[in-house]
Design a protein around this ligand. Structure first.
Ligand SMILES: [Cu+2]
Length: 68
């Protein structure tokens, strides 16, 4: 098994493809991130890879949204 893990965030205000793209852009830029899955209906973002939870939250914040 690899050291890969995943973190799931609920992103308030992420409601359309533009929001999704903005969040994806920032999150995919995190060192160690391998995959990002977004479910707009539930506003959940699942991020897989070897990275810190705080980095995911910071990236979502950087995109202009709040990780609940
Ligand atoms: Cu939007």
């Amino acid at each position: 098994m690899s050291a890969e893990n995943s973190h799931t965030y609920r992103v308030e205000g992420m409601s359309c493809g533009h929001c999704e793209a903005a969040v994806r852009d920032e999150v995919e830029g995190i060192d160690g991130v391998e995959a990002v899955e977004v479910d707009l209906a539930s506003k959940h973002v699942v991020v897989r890879g070897n990275f810190k939870d705080a980095a995911g939250r910071a990236a979502i914040d950087e995109a202009g949204y709040q990780a609940a």
